[in-house]
Design a protein around this ligand. Structure first.
Ligand SMILES: *Cc1c(COP(=O)(O)O)cnc(C)c1O
Length: 391
């Protein structure tokens, strides 16, 4: 990563310069490439939800500072969603907090719960804000690497257990997992829960892709496992679930004590955000199940278009069970350095992708993997597949 900010950036954050997404998106623009780098949809979410936002804005709801924890309509809708889908009961007044996207929820949770010097165990490859948020909190990140095994990236439970020390404060878990598309199984989650209880750890779970699971895979929130409700901060977001990533409406659910701690930090980060959008997301959360089924089916079709295109172009494809990313191995193409490959790809094929190595501390482990986003219109994916095949 380039780092023009480095001369002034403090030591805790010196390693975090400009993100790869800025570099690759600039490259996409400069070369007129199809940008399958950053994960945002190229079509907006449901029209009636857009209209709900317009209505809120016109009716003067949320144009001024909304309540710090989020508007009551949204907190109630979040609690109802958790109860309906997962049987998890949360008090909308004390156990639900609205945040400026999942990104703020992650940062606020880590700033609230981690003491300087505490170790935070996180699955590697990481979502890109985790390392920076752990660093902002003064924590030390301890990666547990998901490794390719029979077509998907899996967690080695022994490795996870071995990563926990006397200094470990919390586990930072992401399922469905970006960038690998892995959805942790019931057995894996049960083992994580047992470990957390046994070692008395807190758990922060990033579940922003909870509705994007395919082929019969099931998303199971860690908070539903025995002993977990009181030690788990669960994070969700409207961005990925409703295709409104610009609205930045996220949320946290958990015990009164944990949510209270996160809220204490959140009030000094953004205080509040996204006023009118909060009302619209409250309506989105009440959409019938048919919405989620249709959304999932549409994304699965796109996944298949891109996965087949990548296979035809010679990549090894790890077909994701969740999220909207496909991770590939470039070694069958005679390549081994994902960075070099992604920097050259716009010129070679007119397509932009992200080298997974940026999501690893162990850059070697991530070197041959490259991530493509499929949350784009089908014709865009077909064109990208065509271009890659002609490479
Ligand atoms: C996109 C994403 C986020 C950020 O969500 P926002 O609501 O846009 O802040 C967090 N975690 C993961 C794994 C993501 O892919």
């Amino acid at each position: 990563m380039t780092s023009s900010a480095r001369p002034h950036l403090n030591r805790r954050l010196a390693e975090f310069g400009t993100t790869i997404f800025a570099e690759m998106s600039a490259l996409a623009t400069a070369t007129g490439s199809i940008n399958l780098g950053q994960g945002f949809p190229d079509t907006d979410g449901p029209e009636e939800i857009r209209e709900a936002a317009v209505r809120a804005l016109r009716d003067g709801r949320g144009n001024q500072y909304p309540p710090g924890p989020g508007v009551p309509e949204l907190r109630t809708a979040i609690a109802a969603h958790q109860r309906r889908r997962y049987g998890l009961a949360y008090d909308p007044d004390t156990e639900v907090l609205v945040t400026a996207g999942a990104t703020e929820a992650i940062a606020a949770a880590l700033l609230a719960l981690v003491e300087p010097g505490d170790e935070v165990v996180a699955l590697e490859p990481y979502y890109d804000s985790y390392a920076a948020s752990i660093a902002m909190a003064g924590g030390t990140r301890v990666p547990v690497t998901l490794r390719p095994h029979e077509g998907s990236f899996r967690l080695d439970l022994d490795e996870l257990r071995a990563a926990v020390t006397g200094r470990t404060r919390l586990l930072l878990i992401n399922t469905p997992h970006n960038p690998t598309g892995t959805v942790l199984t019931r057995e894996e989650l049960a083992a994580i829960a047992e470990l957390a209880v046994e070692r008395d750890l807190l758990v922060v779970t990033d579940e922003v892709y909870e509705h994007l699971v395919f082929d019969g895979a099931e998303h199971l929130p860690l908070a539903t496992f025995p002993g977990m409700r009181e030690r788990t901060v669960s994070i969700g977001s409207a961005g990925k679930t409703y295709s409104f990533t610009g609205w930045k409406v996220g949320w946290v659910t958990g015990s009164r004590e944990l949510v209270g701690a996160v809220r204490a930090v959140k009030q000094f980060l953004t205080y509040v955000s996204s006023g009118p959008f909060q009302y619209a997301v409250a309506e989105a959360l009440s959409l019938p199940d048919a919405y989620f089924e249709e959304f999932r089916a549409g994304m699965r079709a796109r996944r298949d278009i891109l996965a087949e295109g990548l296979t035809a172009a010679g990549f090894e494809v790890f077909r994701p069970a969740g999220t909207y990313f496909v991770t590939t191995d470039i070694r069958p193409l005679g390549e081994k350095d994902g960075f070099a490959f992604c920097r050259a790809l716009p010129e070679r094929a007119g397509v932009v992708a992200i080298p997974n190595a940026v999501f690893y501390d162990d850059r070697e482990a991530g070197a041959p993997f490259v991530r493509f986003a499929f949350c784009k219109r089908e014709e865009v994916l077909r064109e990208a597949a065509e271009r890659l095949r002609g490479m």
